[in-house]
Design a protein around this ligand. Structure first.
Ligand SMILES: [Zn+2]
Length: 164
């Protein structure tokens, strides 16, 4: 399954269709801009269905690791992405949006929905606004704590890159 696929959301949901695949991070431009590097990819599953009231929906599952930039030390930080979300196929009106987060997420029906763009939107929404390493795990802290003098000053960087 090519990453750049398009679906008719109504048909997709009505037919209870399902597609799965892997999307390279490098293919998601908006996401790549936020990351320390764009290696790797995310696995996804997109399923269509309808609930007991006949409301059509898409279910999105995404998992993978993104190399975010830590806002404290500006080095790579492996961030696990795990998304399982149901998107109702309906035109959202202003009132519903104002009621806040209790409302289920929804997207407007679309005859030619760009699957990769939808997945990228979901990943972007799931990311923390200001990602940071856990306390004491920033690269600068590693280097200060490394009093031995034997290690190359950039050894900690090498270790970070190994993390996938
Ligand atoms: Zn950090």
């Amino acid at each position: 399954m090519s990453a750049r696929s398009f679906i008719d959301t109504q048909d997709f949901a009505r037919n209870h269709s399902e597609i799965r695949g892997e999307l390279p991070v490098s293919g998601m431009e908006r996401l790549s801009d936020l990351l320390a590097d764009s290696q790797g990819g995310v696995r996804y599953a997109l399923r269509g269905g309808s609930d007991k009231d006949g409301q059509l929906y898409l279910e999105v599952e995404i998992s993978g690791i993104c190399q975010l930039l830590c806002q404290r030390c500006l080095k790579a930080m492996a961030y696990p992405v795990t998304i399982a979300n149901r998107l109702l196929l309906q035109v959202e009106d202003g009132l519903e949006q104002m009621e806040g987060d209790d409302q289920p997420d929804s997207i407007a029906p679309n005859r030619h929905l760009d699957v990769a763009a939808l997945l990228e939107d979901e990943v972007l929404l799931s990311l923390p606004i200001a990602p940071r390493h856990a306390e004491g795990e920033c690269v600068a802290v590693y280097r200060q704590a490394d009093q031995g003098g034997e290690r190359h000053p950039f050894a900690a960087l090498g270790q970070l890159k190994v993390i996938k």
